[in-house]
Design a protein around this ligand. Structure first.
Ligand code: ZN
Length: 296
């Protein structure tokens, strides 16, 4: 984990199906092509309860943010140090810092470099990473947004449908290869996302993603072009905790204990508090001092 815990936002919510949700069977999670991070697969565990894996949810949320960022985001699937934007930048600065540490006065004075010299390794990697890596992590950076598996509550309904592959040339249905697939007809999934050592813009991003889900822009599971996978976010509670030097600053409405100050908000309350924050603002991304962040 992080060296020092300063804050946490524990976000509990429900995902309620608005259209059928495609079920990918457990075994297909072993298929590497199925895990391209662009959609959520829903699978059944041993007791046949539909589950949206946390890793898949994270993949969908991240790819949505990457689309908004465009060129600002690195290609997380590219893990080579010389071509992935973030890994490359970190490597370049490490080399620059190394050579400037040799007290070689021939180096031009670099203001930014001077500032970075005082950064810890973790802070340096965070500062140099793209906004998507800042939130969701990378090879060199811990994720600040952690996802639990979302399990369907009792009362869900599973149905199945057969899909007949059509021969593209003759148009005739192939006799072999008739397959059935299952889907969640109706279900409420209990989901949890935890932000650790978060900046306020990162919580704002999460609330924005919730809105896009409600609008049907972000869908879950396969066959979204056929109308599958639309969901609604309901019953959001946001438990915010401040530790260490942030703890004393959390006063209004917060309850204090020996470890932390805590307050529970609903979606609307946090949205109002974060109204002036733009998660696509470069000045927000450049922040590295968590203790200076405004208390919610
Ligand atoms: Zn990156």
């Amino acid at each position: 984990m992080f060296k020092k815990l300063l804050n946490q936002a524990i976000v509990n919510f429900e995902l309620v199906t608005q259209s059928p949700l495609y079920i990918k069977q457990n075994t297909s999670l072993l298929d590497p092509t199925a895990f391209d991070g662009t959609y959520i697969s829903c699978y059944l565990d041993d007791q046949r309860i539909p589950i949206i894996p946390g890793t898949s949810m994270k993949g969908v949320f991240r790819s949505f943010f990457e689309k908004m960022l465009g060129e600002e985001a690195c290609d997380i699937l590219d893990t080579r140090q010389d071509s992935n934007k973030c890994l490359k930048t970190i490597k370049e600065y490490e080399e620059k810092l190394k050579s400037s540490n040799k007290k070689d006065k021939t180096n031009n004075f670099d203001e930014e470099l001077e500032k970075l010299k005082d950064f810890s390794r973790g802070k340096l990697n965070y500062y140099l990473s793209c906004p998507a890596c800042k939130v969701f992590g990378s090879q060199r950076l811990k994720s600040r947004m952690l996802f639990d598996d979302a399990k369907a509550k009792e009362g869900f309904k599973i149905s199945s449908r057969s899909s007949t592959p059509i021969d593209r040339i003759s148009g005739a249905a192939k006799e072999k290869g008739l397959n059935t697939f299952e889907y969640v007809d109706w279900g409420v999934f209990e989901a949890k996302v935890t932000l650790v050592n978060f900046f306020n813009w990162q919580l704002k991003l999460l609330l924005e993603i919730f809105e896009r889900i409600d609008e049907g822009i972000l869908t879950f599971g396969g066959y979204s072009s056929k109308g599958f996978g639309r969901m609604k976010v309901e019953n959001v509670t946001i438990k915010v905790r401040y530790y260490g030097e942030m703890k004393g600053k959390a006063k209004d409405g917060y309850s204090q204990n020996a470890l932390f100050a805590e307050r529970v908000f609903n979606n609307k309350e946090v949205k109002e508090k974060l109204q002036s924050i733009d998660f696509l603002d470069k000045n927000q991304w450049a922040k590295v001092e968590l203790k200076d962040e405004q208390i919610l």
